[in-house]
Design a protein around this ligand. Structure first.
Ligand code: GAF
Length: 364
């Protein structure tokens, strides 16, 4: 049995670092996907290869993945296979060939796209009784335990659950989601994604440090997680000024997600969400302290060139920004950012227009 599956990267419209705090987020899936060509075998071995890493084919016993010393890109697919085995599913052996078109290190969830493409492939190849929630949890656990990045479930949720033409409203506390129509074209708008060409790594310490700070802030407030706080005034009860700022970001970011979702559901002109996106950037920069000079410059240049709103996206410390632009201004805004990067002596950015695309699925 063999086939081909794809899973997309994502870009988050609003709701950053809220996932592991039990809050809200609103991602869309990108048209950029990881393709997984996979086939079952009966020799008890897993073989993984990647078009982006030619000559690095890895072959290991399925039963030995827990102890295997794996590094680099192969941890993502092998972590998923291992997680299926750890959950008691019988995997007789398989071959996985990956081809990734999601920019790596750009804050666009290339890792989750790999995990989810392999997770759906294994589900179908071995006909396993695995739900969408299981797929998300398998990808997240692979990333947390096998790769060692303490992420939440935003990226895997987006990669599995998003649908074309919609943003995905995620309520991590309730474990619920809903599709929200998101058609910028009808309003003459585009969502420009600008990769600042400054790669970030979720396994680096900074992401984990923010997670620990949020836990400490929740403990200081006597709540299990920060999203239990909805009144911004409560944050003032935190004595430590750094933890207070971290908490303020989470509480205000949750409110921004709810505001954007309401506006979209009411059918308001999407231009109205622009200032909320820009406020989200200020919060990530000033309160959560995860922005960089490149991200700030890209946002400033986009706004100066007439974007309705702009903000950094993803885990931070590098990666991409989004800008909400009138479709006939997109080129102008892109050149404004490129010019600013040239003036600042930064590497040239890479930009594309994102359209809300399909989640993970079988192709053949
Ligand atoms: C990264 C993580 F993987 C997500 O879980 C999420 O926390 C995101 O950063 C920030 O919103 O993509």
């Amino acid at each position: 049995m063999s086939g081909e599956w794809v899973a997309p990267g994502r870009v988050n419209i609003i709701g950053e670092h809220t996932d592991y705090n039990g809050g809200y987020a609103l991602p869309i899936a990108l048209p950029h996907v990881v393709t997984c060509r996979a086939a079952t075998t009966s020799d008890g071995l897993v073989r993984v290869s990647s078009r982006q890493h030619p000559g690095e084919r890895i072959e290991l016993p399925v039963a030995g993945l827990a102890e295997a010393q794996v590094s680099g890109w192969a941890r993502y697919p092998l972590g998923v296979v291992h997680e299926y085995v750890r959950r008691g599913h019988r995997i007789t052996g398989l071959t996985v060939e990956l081809d990734g078109a999601v920019p790596v290190g750009a804050g666009l969830s290339s890792s989750a796209a790999v995990e989810c493409s392999v997770a759906v492939a294994i589900r179908d190849l071995f006909d396993l009784p695995v739900t969408a929630a299981d797929l998300i949890d398998i990808g997240r656990t692979a990333e947390n335990s096998y790769v060692g990045a303490a992420t939440g479930t935003l990226d895997q949720s987006a990669s599995v659950l998003c649908t074309a033409g919609h943003a995905l409203f995620l309520d991590f506390g309730a474990g619920e989601h809903a599709q929200v129509p998101f058609d910028l074209t009808a309003s003459g708008l585009e969502l420009l994604v600008v990769d600042t060409n400054t790669p970030h790594q979720l396994v680096d310490g900074d992401y984990g440090e923010r997670r620990r700070e949020c836990e400490a802030a929740a403990a200081a407030l006597g709540v299990p997680e920060l999203s239990a706080i909805t009144d911004p005034a409560d944050v003032a009860r935190i004595g430590d000024p750094v933890l207070r700022r971290r908490a303020r970001h989470i509480v205000s970011e949750n409110a921004r997600v709810l505001a954007v979702v309401s506006m979209l559901r009411e059918g308001r002109d999407p231009r109205a969400i622009g200032p909320i996106l820009t406020a989200g950037h200020a919060s990530l920069r000033d309160d959560f302290a995860i922005s960089t000079r490149q991200l700030d410059s890209a946002v400033a240049a986009a706004l100066a060139a007439g974007a309705h709103g702009a903000r950094m996206v993803g885990g931070g410390f590098g990666g991409s920004v989004i800008a909400l632009t009138d479709a006939d201004r997109t080129g102008h805004i892109e050149s404004g950012i490129t010019r600013m990067f040239h003036t600042e002596g930064f590497s040239p950015p890479r930009a594309f227009v994102a359209v809300p695309s399909e989640g993970a699925h079988r192709v053949s």
